[in-house]
Design a protein around this ligand. Structure first.
Ligand code: SAH
Length: 269
């Protein structure tokens, strides 16, 4: 899988993309992670990527012209020198038509909430492009013309899309078989079965007077299995009842499986 990230803080990704499992997958080529500096496509001496909002108000807005040229270049693997400051493709090159552009995710608090199901949907793509906003956000025309999806990592506001992009990359890549190659069994994990995971224990057997549930040391695999199922259900009931279907005696609308969002999953073009 190939993932391109566009940001004005490309250095921010050095840690997250070179550490541990992601770092190893990138180093040995199982994952093709590319980070691009949006400012490379700015055209003035100061490499400006933002301007004051039309209509007034606080804060600055990221410019659509710079973003759209950068997207064209990254979608088509064109060098900055051939694209910066041009609204038309260089001679002999066709920009990717809207319908065939790679899945392009614009990180924004108003986006489709990232869930395990949404991550699994994205894990099926060969290629993703992630657009990280800063300031008040990105000119609406980039949402319309470049993004195939708007993605939110939760109902809170960050300084920028970088943290959100890293969250998307981790959630998605660990679901791509053979890419990250973790040995966790994805069917067992939280959210996979619509429930939270059961609790884990390891050595030592006694920690400050707190022991380990006896069933786990009984050697009875059937009993362990049953206990884990019960625990998963109990925790979900207690901590995230919203994940469970309604009980038969309390009819209510179940939440949409993916947190349903009006623009969710939109593939423009
Ligand atoms: N004015 C915007 C917030 C801008 S925050 C608003 O009220 O919606 C600056 C940037 O941070 C955004 O452009 C976006 O890329 C990123 N960001 C902030 N919170 C986010 C979230 N919950 N999910 C995804 N991206 C987020």
């Amino acid at each position: 899988m190939r993932i391109d990230v566009l940001s004005i803080f490309p250095d921010w990704f050095v840690g997250p993309f070179t550490t541990s499992i992601l770092g190893k997958a990138a180093a040995d080529g199982r994952l093709d992670l590319r980070v691009h500096d949006l400012r490379a496509w700015a055209t003035d001496r100061h490499r400006t990527v933002d301007d004051a909002p039309y209509g007034g108000g606080a804060g600055m807005v990221m410019r659509a012209d710079v973003w759209l040229t950068a997207c064209d270049a990254v979608w088509n693997d064109l060098p900055v020198t051939a694209t910066a400051g041009r609204s038309e493709p260089p001679a002999g090159v066709a920009y990717v038509a809207g319908g065939t552009r790679p899945r392009t995710l614009l990180l924004t608090p108003r986006g489709r909430p990232l869930t395990q199901a949404f991550a699994a949907e994205l894990a099926a793509e060969d290629r993703l492009v992630l657009l990280c906003g800063r300031y008040e956000g990105i000119d609406e025309r980039v949402h319309e013309l470049a993004a195939t999806d708007e993605v939110s990592i939760g109902d809170y506001v960050l300084f920028g899309g970088e943290v959100a992009a890293a969250v998307v990359v981790e959630a998605v890549t660990r679901l791509v078989p053979g890419v990250v190659g973790n040995d966790a069994s994805p069917e067992d994990e939280s959210f996979a079965s619509g429930m939270l995971e059961y609790p884990h224990y390891t050595r030592p057997p006694d920690v400050r007077g707190h022991g380990v549930p006896e069933v786990l040391t009984s050697g009875d695999h059937g009993a362990v299995e049953r206990w884990r199922r019960e625990q998963a259900l109990a925790r979900t009931r207690q901590q995230r009842p919203d994940l469970l279907p309604p009980a038969a005696d309390e009819p209510r609308e179940p939440p949409p499986p993916d947190g349903g969002h009006p623009r969710g999953g939109r593939r423009a073009g």
